[in-house]
Design a protein around this ligand. Sequence first.
Ligand SMILES: *[C@@H]1O[C@H](CO)[C@@H](O)[C@H](O)[C@H]1NC(C)=O
Length: 333
Amino acid sequence: MAKGFIKNCWWWTRPVKITVIWLICAASFYSFFHMALRNSPRPTISEGSSISNAEKRSILYTKMEKDLDENGAVFLKQGETSQSLSLSDLFTLKDGTVTPVLRAANPPIRANVLHLSSEYSVPISTKVLIEIPSWALHFFPLAEAVKNILLPYFDKAIWFQNSSIYHFSMFHASHHISPVPATEAEVEAEASAVKASAESMCPLSIALDRVVLTSTGVLLGCWQVVSGTDPVTIRAKLKTALPRAPQKQLYDDTMLHTSFARLLGPPKKFSEEENKFSGLQIFHELVNRVNNQIRGLKAMVSELWYVEEYDLLALALNGKMKIRKFQMRCSKP
Ligand SMILES: *[C@@H]1O[C@H](CO)[C@@H](O)[C@H](O)[C@H]1NC(C)=O
């Protein structure tokens, strides 16, 4: 009997043991599975909308900020611009002044850019109010600050972007990498399409997120949108308006950048203290100084320009061009 009980018990407990083990396994599997679910990224469907354009811009700018450290000061050798033209091809030193080397673009480049208005509001929190004379505030705190800080160091080895055509590249109807020839009538049709498109866009209020120096020596202002039509939407509208445009465009869809200056060589003037800086440190120091002065600056954008550039990089180098200016007219975003 006892033997039978033990035997029965053994037979009884074995399935129980197995069940218990299974339950433990199932429970731990379930909880691990849940943890994995919670830790895994959200499904891709919602991913696009879960990162805002502002966050994407911020991530992009951080990446651009690292470019100088990752690739070194390529412009001290022979840099290429973001449009893959070599910088040494772009300038010569003529009678001690930096002169752009203009090269005809054939067919002309057709660029759509936003124009940075010269109406600014100056951030209260920074030192700008004290350090920039009041007369300068009325027209160009930005250009003045950049010039005041950099000119003493670079003298001839710097090219400043013409501040009355500070601009943000949005979308090319034709660029030098994939030229799209157009007749005069086709150019007129493109311009009309861009004008109609601009009318559905809202003027932007923007703020300077940061200034970065690329490894190719271009000092860029990287901006965030406070209100108005996002650059992603502007580019999408222009793409629809210009169906013949090159499929491959030159810039990230979220990017809102304007170039302030191009460095063409090493800095010249060093004080005793500055001689401590080694390698790239001096560039970081100078970029920091620019940032301390103008970061946070607010500005307005209310014009979209359709620009025919008859010279390569005409907007950047004061080349020959024809600008058509269109107002952004929407009243509500
Ligand atoms: C800057 O651009 C404006 C407008 O296109 C032009 O009138 C002016 O001559 C340019 N300045 C220089 C120094 O080229």
